[in-house]
Design a protein around this ligand. Structure first.
Ligand code: SAM
Ligand code: SF4
Length: 316
């Protein structure tokens, strides 16, 4: 389906839970979120019903995210259910990786096509510090488990944080030398916890090519600019929502864990979907797609219009 600015909307991100086993400093408060009651979170059946309605309207790619999607009970059944709709071309999932040693094979067998795994640093102490509770080795084991399970084209999401990991750019790029991975450097966005961070934390992703000048430009895939080290197996991506807005090519729409359709990550506009079925559901989805804003209005000095929500609630 097209929105009012003639953008084709074919990519749905679903936050399947606002809960997480990490407490990343830029994403969640130290004490976690005020937990919603289970009854306030969409059931798996509701998610599947809404997803099917979206697919009827032309969504061909779905990404499951959160919070941490792998802490949601029944996630594999949901994947199987979604994939049973043959009009869905791609099912992807974004995870912090710690539960992948248990889940990678199950996800592969449940129809998940691709994984994004978040990894901001290769140093044990920094990993613990940024996630507050995480263990680097577990996430690295998760990446290996994904490779063993046969996932290809796995993307590693690295949020660039000035004064925290910008001295590790070369090491992180180095992960792509011998492995079929795309390490994607994402500019930190002023959402939720990060909205209160100092300006020095927000870096232009250009710093990656400045630090690693041998990176060769391959082209753009719409959201990321892609590069490769000479002779490397994997690739490097730069995602620059702040310094280079890609709103004009945005094909995404989001569903929050509590059942709100969110046409834009950075807008407060939300459309309640719970309790809607059949034609009423379809017309609410059409309404949401039509009201997708032309662009976001954040920049490095500003804050996102979605301030009142945490990234873990919306689904990054
Ligand atoms: N728990 C999963 C994970 O961490 O991969 C999925 C949810 S998480 C909210 C999705 C992605 O959003 C992660 O890669 C995370 O690093 C990113 N993220 C969270 N807050 C962000 C922010 N303020 N700016 C940029 N990326 C952010
Ligand atoms: Fe959890 Fe992902 Fe947010 Fe980290 S970025 S706290 S892993 S939801």
């Amino acid at each position: 389906m097209k929105d009012q600015f003639n953008r084709t909307i074919d990519y749905l991100r679903i936050s399947v839970t606002d809960r997480c086993d990490f407490r990343c400093r830029y994403c969640m408060p130290e004490n976690g979120i005020t937990k919603r009651r289970h009854a306030d979170i969409l059931t798996l059946e509701e998610i599947a019903e809404i997803a099917d309605a979206f697919i009827d309207l032309g969504i061909s790619k779905i990404r499951l995210t959160g919070g941490e999607p792998l802490v949601r009970k029944g996630i594999a059944e949901l994947c199987r259910q979604l994939k049973s709709n043959h009009f869905l071309k791609e099912l992807a999932l974004t995870t912090n990786g710690t539960l992948l040693p248990q889940y990678a094979d199950i996800l592969k067998n449940s129809g998940v096509d691709r994984l994004n795994i978040s990894l901001d640093t290769l140093r044990e102490d920094r990993f613990r510090s940024i996630t507050r509770v995480g263990n680097l080795r577990e996430t690295l084991k998760g990446i290996e488990a994904a490779e063993r399970a046969g996932f290809t084209g796995t993307k590693i999401n690295t949020v660039l944080i000035g004064g925290f990991n910008d001295d590790e750019i070369t090491d992180l790029v180095g992960l792509t030398r011998d492995r079929d991975l795309t390490v994607r450097f994402i500019e930190l966005m002023p959402i939720g916890e990060a909205a209160r961070w100092p300006g020095t934390a927000f870096m232009d992703a250009n710093v990656v090519t400045e630090r690693v000048p041998e990176l060769q430009y391959l082209g753009s895939d719409g959201v990321a600019e892609l590069y490769r080290l000479p002779g490397a197996v994997g690739t490097v991506g730069l995602i620059r929502p702040l310094s280079h807005s890609f709103c004009g090519a945005c094909s995404r729409i989001r569903l929050t864990a509590d059942g709100m359709l969110k046409p834009c990550l950075h807008s407060d506009l939300e459309i309640p979907l719970r309790g809607l079925h059949g034609e009423k559901l379809i017309s609410a989805l059409k309404d949401g797609i039509c009201r997708k804003p032309a662009r976001h209005y954040i920049d490095r000095d500003g804050v996102s219009g979605t301030e009142k929500r945490l990234m873990s609630e919306i689904g990054g």
